[in-house]
Design a protein around this ligand. Structure first.
Ligand code: AMP
Ligand code: FES
Ligand code: ZN
Length: 301
């Protein structure tokens, strides 16, 4: 197989693009996909400060590297979740990248700074670990960005992630989530803008980016996620993609261009009802935000 761009020997085949690439041209392809996503969805304006949430995995480290490469001013944010060895190891990879590049890593530790870890806190609060974890991440990413004066939070969600989340939302017709499943969530009172610049890249591509760029990342998945629905949806979509390459892209981008606006009014209505949480000041629809309720239950004696 030859590289689509330079006709040299290809090192990776992307069936979705019906093309092979050599190392150099593949890196250029990735940069181009991220640049295109940022431009298409107006994710980051010139001069804005970006906080990229890094888990130590391939996606978020590739994203940090790509954004630096494209010339953005970007610091990292690592959130320690207290999930045993998994958290210790992911922390090491995030720190190693920051040290090698001489870039700033903001660090928050859920057990030390908030008072609970995901395994025991979620059990106490009687919540599924991934749901307590997701809620904590959304809340703490936002407060860290507000406190640090960042304009935008970027996460490493890629095309595989977004297609799988969309698949789950469509299976259950979760219309409230469908209205908010966008590559950019604009800033609203109390929330900074949230962006997903990797939506045009699949996880094979982010892994290949890291290998070609010499970035070490944690390969293990979170032990608490084993067997969850999201992974099942990913497998189902992988089987479909195998049969007909390009399906994930068509599914996700077709939704964005042709269907997502239909679910927007409901999401807007929810946004209108936001006011500051009585306890922490974060925007919420109730008196107390979902995170403060989680903290209260997770840290109750
Ligand atoms: P996940 O929810 O684990 O699929 O991760 C989605 C994205 O959230 C990652 O690509 C990161 O940008 C971010 N993220 C996940 N875990 C962490 C963490 N412990 N600290 C900072 N960012 C994280
Ligand atoms: Fe959140 Fe696994 S990373 S529960
Ligand atoms: Zn609160």
């Amino acid at each position: 197989m030859k590289c689509r761009s330079c006709r040299g020997p290809a090192v990776i085949e992307l069936r979705r693009h019906n093309a092979g690439f050599c190392g150099e041209c593949f890196l250029r392809h990735c940069r181009e996909q991220v640049r295109k996503a940022i431009e298409e969805f107006a994710m980051i304006a010139e001069g804005e400060r970006v906080l990229v949430a890094v888990s130590g995995g391939k996606d978020s480290l590739a994203l940090w590297d790509l954004l630096l490469d494209l010339g953005y001013e970007v610091d990292g944010l690592y959130l320690g979740l207290g999930i045993g060895d998994y958290s210790d190891e992911s922390h090491r990879y995030a720190r190693a990248f920051a040290e090698q590049r001489g870039v700033r890593l903001v660090e928050i530790d859920l057990p030390a700074d908030v008072g609970f870890d995901i395994p025991t806190g979620s059990a106490r609060a009687r919540r599924v670990p991934c749901s307590a974890c997701g809620l904590s991440k959304r809340h703490l990413f936002n407060t860290a960005a507000v406190d640090g004066g960042y304009d935008v939070v970027a996460t490493g969600h890629n095309l595989d992630d977004e297609a799988a989340v969309l698949f789950g939302n469509v299976l259950r017709w979760s219309t409230d989530y469908l209205g908010r499943q966008l590559p950019v969530l604009p800033a609203t009172n109390g929330f900074v803008r949230k962006v997903k610049p990797l939506v045009r890249l699949g996880e094979r591509e982010t892994a290949a980016w890291c290998v070609l760029r010499g970035i070490d990342y944690i390969v293990e998945e979170c032990p608490m996620a084993a067997g969850n629905k999201h992974l099942g949806y990913k497998e189902a979509l992988n089987a479909i993609e195998e049969q007909s390459p390009g399906s994930k892209h068509a599914f996700y981008f077709g939704f964005l261009t042709r269907a997502s606006h239909l679910f927007r009014p409901q999401a807007h209505a929810e946004q209108e009802g936001l006011h500051p949480c009585v306890s922490c000041g974060a925007p919420t629809t109730g008196d107390r935000c979902a995170f403060c309720k989680l903290v209260a239950r997770a840290t109750a004696p």
